[in-house]
Design a protein around this ligand. Sequence first.
Ligand code: F0G
Length: 353
Amino acid sequence: GPATAGLIARYADRLPLAPNDPVVSLGEGSTPLVHAEKLSAHLGCEVWIKVEGANPSGSFKDRGMTVAISRALAEGATTVACASTGNTSASAAAYAAKAGMKALVLLPAGKIATGKLAQAVVYGARIVQLDGNFDNALEVARKLSENYPVALVNSVNPDRLQGQKTAAFEIVDALGDAPDLHVLPVGNAGNISAYWMGYREYHTDGLATRLPQMWGFQASGAAPLVHGHPVLNPETVATAIRIGNPASADLAKAAVADSEGRFGAVTDDQILEAQSVLAAWEGIFVEPASASGVAGLLAAHRAGDLPSGLRIAVTCTGNGLKDVDTAMRDRSVDPDVLPAEAAEVARWLGLES
Ligand code: F0G
């Protein structure tokens, strides 16, 4: 289908919908793949940023949600539920609204970026904060869906990963082949698994001649896949990936092992530095979690651990406007006030004495 259509229209033959199933779409996907010139020069590689914050609700979750909500509607569900660190809930609330369904979102109390909470509120979801972290909330959401008539739209729902694999298709479609390396943040570990599915599917069907290495980066205070065991009390400034027991850990480990890739951990300082680099060098404002792939690349380069000349795709998962509190925390928010005259501004700029 045309590039302005949603994912299901564009990749219908690769998604698990029957021809007459309802399609709930907000025009997701077809996000920019931006050549990051300064970052490329710095790393000695060819770096492309997949700007997933350009999706309708501001994150990659919309790719999975269009499929999950369409399927839930086809099966007669009237209420969908999810646990979330904020983006899944924003997306579920948006697509449920579009579908005329109710959304119930279970959030870890006090750890959701304001923009994401605002989205759930304004889209009209029923919101519950749970006294616990994301892992606890997911447990509750799973049990609710097992025992009550609510459809679970977390990424443990396989329809979600089916939708999310389309980002890999778009990258291959744009670059003409798979990159050498695909780098992305990892939280609940669904997205890295979905990309790997997508790359393999295109490779199997002869639409890509090779497969990328998958590099997944977690925040150092929430890095169960790096440590090899769950983290009981995950902590990070990147609240989107504040997850200690990823539901798709096994799929993600297989993606990294089969692609000869790696998991790595990045500190909160490295994440915030990468957020600044993306904005100031490339004009791309992402939320903290979304910067962890770039943080990982910068760290690998600094450690002499990044071969030069690679073609690299990096997924930036969510829009910076979702969490402006963190973005403004260590920055001046007190611009000078000048008389509304060009000469005054010119003097302030040092263009006139
Ligand atoms: N980046 C952002 C901005 C996210 O919101 C998430 C996950 C990830 C990366 C990690 O993706 O879980 O597939 O490994 N957010 C989920 C949520 C957990 O509830 O919004 P993952």
